[in-house]
Design a protein around this ligand. Structure first.
Ligand code: TXA
Ligand code: MG
Length: 340
């Protein structure tokens, strides 16, 4: 494909990865890189995270490029305290009790996102909920305080590899793909945070982790439903969120023309034939897959809101971040039960 030569993804662009010590100079350099859209790995008490400014869609897209994730999983957003979390998500009494008890610590809460949240749509993969965590690791806490931004951070490993518990693990997997690693020694929990979703009375364990289930159950005074225990919980289970991404409009992939009543989602320079689109967006006129990933969920929301019966999507290369973009679009295009 001719367009392939013009595509630049982060994976192709080797970066100079700075090795930073977790002293004042290192932490301020890390915060500076983060506030300019950089990717910085830092220690948390669970595992090393691969951090970026959660409000910067392009920076978040580069997390997915660096990890070579074949799909866009929603990411955990790290904040310094409960008050900062309440600026991004809606906490009812139960969620607040959990937050005040287990934060700071290896515990993540999924709550409804506030409508005016500054967090980029890509960070939560277009969901209307947000995963929030207040880490206890002193280095993570200093970065959060100094950057003043919510930081999206999955574990700092390539997709399918083992989560890193030292800076050396991070470098072995990701050297040249991120701007800096802040070396704070080995992490002590070593497994990821426990994830609990709070949607009113419906409180579920999405992922077992550093805080034992029993501790959560003792606090709430009842057993937690595990997503694995239930037949109907799939949409909230990590990695199984297909139905949440689906727009009301249909999605038609690899389109080169527009049919009557359709919206157009373009990529690169392709000019579609056919009808005049109800609304049109281009994910990246320059055919840049990182930019396209950053724009994807907000474009889908906007085109869906236009009332178009269907969204015609230009062909998008399947390489680099294109794999995740195509994965997400094909899930949106798949027939789904209960929807016309
Ligand atoms: O310990 C940890 O949690 C580490 C450190 C770096 O903080 N982070 C981590 O992030 O494990 P990650 O991206 O590897 O895992 C995030 C998990 C995914 O399984 C994702 O599906 C789930 O959180 N998740 C995030 N947002 C969600 C949401 N809105 N609804 C449901 N699940 C969500
Ligand atoms: Mg992970």
């Amino acid at each position: 494909m001719a367009v392939k030569d013009e595509i630049h993804t982060l994976a192709d662009q080797r970066r100079n990865t700075e090795r930073l010590m977790a002293d004042d100079a290192g932490v301020s350099r890390a915060a500076e890189l983060l506030s300019h859209g950089g990717l910085v790995s830092f220690p948390t008490e669970t595992v090393y995270g691969l951090g970026a400014d959660a409000t910067d869609a392009t920076a978040v897209a580069q997390i997915f490029a660096a990890k070579e994730r074949p799909s866009f999983n929603p990411l955990i957003v790290h904040v310094p305290d409960v008050a900062a979390a309440q600026k991004l998500g809606r906490f009812d009494d139960q969620a607040l009790l959990l937050a005040r008890t287990f934060w700071p610590g290896p515990f993540t809460l999924v709550v409804p996102a506030l409508p005016d949240s500054p967090v980029a749509a890509l960070t939560s993969a277009g969901l209307d909920s947000i995963a929030l965590r207040v880490p206890s690791h002193p280095v993570a806490r200093r970065i959060l305080a100094m950057s003043g931004k919510p930081i999206a951070a999955p574990s700092a490993n390539r997709s399918g590899r083992i989560s890193p518990t030292t800076a050396a693990h991070v470098l072995a997997d990701l050297d040249g793909r991120l701007d800096a690693v802040l070396d704070g020694g080995a992490t002590n929990v070593g497994v990821e945070s426990t994830i609990v979703a709070c949607h009113g009375e419906d409180i579920r364990l999405l992922r077992p982790g550093g805080i034992p289930r029993e501790a959560v159950e003792a606090l709430l005074g009842h057993k937690l439903i595990s997503v694995a225990d239930t037949g109907d919980a799939a949409p909230r289970a990590p990695g199984m969120l297909a139905s949440h991404y689906a727009p009301a409009a249909g999605v038609r992939l690899d389109a080169v023309d527009v049919r009557p009543g359709e919206a157009w989602l373009g990529f690169g320079g392709l000019q579609p034939g056919g009808a005049e689109p109800v609304m049109s967006r281009n994910l990246s006129a320059e055919a840049d897959l990182v930019a396209a990933a950053a724009a994807l969920f907000s474009a889908l929301h906007a085109l869906d809101a236009s009332g178009a019966r269907s969204i015609a999507v230009a062909p998008i290369p399947k390489t680099g971040l294109g794999e995740a973009i195509n994965d997400r679009l094909s899930r949106a295009a798949a027939p789904r039960p209960g929807k016309a």
